[in-house]
Design a protein around this ligand. Structure first.
Ligand code: NAD
Ligand code: 0WE
Length: 256
């Protein structure tokens, strides 16, 4: 029960395949009390159904499109009412226009770049600045990232730039929030077949390449990402902040 007595917010659940849902299940197993956000009306029912399936009655559920400051404000207003305090939150949100994830990085549009960085990078800071007043007993923040932040992954394009900004944000937030005993870390997952991965051309081939070359000779399981997130959210990682933890079967250590 690594998260016994902790109150946490999970963002980024879309369906049962979402990495955020694997993290929620692991955190619930470890005794955490959870609240959820969903992006829009379209996802409300799916997220409510998943949250209810945890068998803890009706959990706090908030609409939150991270491009809306007023929705962000309402989430934390609502959390103050329902939880009073917050111990952790998980950022599992990314978006770029589909056309930016096809072909080359060179033709990236100004609007496509702005949108990808607003939704996928700035949102971490927007959530953190509102969470801080509720993290009165310290806290832990975890953001999902990907290796395309560090090295070129063909077609990840503007999302790679957004994840690089997200990872730098993790470090700057960790520096500012350390004195308040709030830790901020990134979890860099290997490829997982989720809604966000579906329909990305060549994704299945990418997973085959990882399977053949990664030191563990397989792809990461979503439950392993959930367990690693619990580690970062729990006191087991009390000495770790500003870190990016790779949960990728070792793929990132390869030079060739
Ligand atoms: P997913 O589609 O299940 O989750 C993505 C989430 O982002 C969805 O819940 C969606 O509603 C949310 N989102 C998008 N735009 C939003 C907005 N404007 N406001 C609020 N929410 C918004 O896919 P996933 O793969 O579980 O992605 C979760 C995180 O994991 C992302 O940050 C992604 O970059 C990261 N990640 C994924 C992989 C992978 O291979 N699937 C690998 C490494 C990291
Ligand atoms: O972060 C991601 C994907 C995020 C994502 C996915 C989509 C698909 C649908 C962001 N925006 C959109 N926009 C859409 O319209 N990953 C880590 C998964 C991923 O995506 C890739 C990858 C990997 C890995 C895209 C190209 C190459 C590799």
């Amino acid at each position: 029960m690594l998260l016994q007595g902790k109150k946490g917010l999970i963002t980024g659940v879309a369906n049962k395949r979402s990495i955020a849902w694997a993290i929620a299940q692991a955190a619930h197993r470890e005794g955490a009390q959870l609240a959820f956000t969903y992006q829009g009306e379209r996802l409300k029912e799916s997220v409510a159904e998943l949250a209810n399936s945890l068998g803890e009655g009706t959990l706090p559920l908030f609409e939150c499109d991270v491009s809306s400051d007023s929705q962000l404000d309402s989430v934390f207003g609502g959390l103050k009412e329902s939880f009073g305090r917050l111990d952790f939150f998980v950022h599992a949100i990314a978006f770029a226009k589909r056309e930016e994830l096809e072909g080359e990085f060179v033709p990236t549009s100004r609007e496509g770049y702005r949108l990808a960085l607003d939704i996928s990078s700035y949102s971490l800071t927007a959530l953190a600045q509102r969470a801080v007043p509720l993290m009165t007993e310290g806290g832990s923040i975890v953001a999902l990232t990907y290796y395309g932040a560090e090295k070129v992954i063909p077609r990840y394009n503007v999302m790679g730039v957004a994840k690089a900004a997200l990872e730098a944000s993790v470090r700057y937030l960790a520096f500012d929030l350390g004195p308040k005993k709030i830790r901020v870390n990134g979890l860099s997952s290997g490829p997982v077949q989720t809604l966000a991965a579906r329909g990305i051309s060549g994704f299945t081939d990418m997973m085959k390449i990882v399977e053949s070359r990664a030191p563990l000779r397989r792809n990461v399981e979503i439950a392993e990402v959930g367990n690693a997130a619990v580690f970062l959210l729990s006191p087991l990682s009390s000495g770790i902040t500003g870190e990016i933890l790779h949960v990728d079967c070792g793929y990132n250590i390869l030079g060739m």
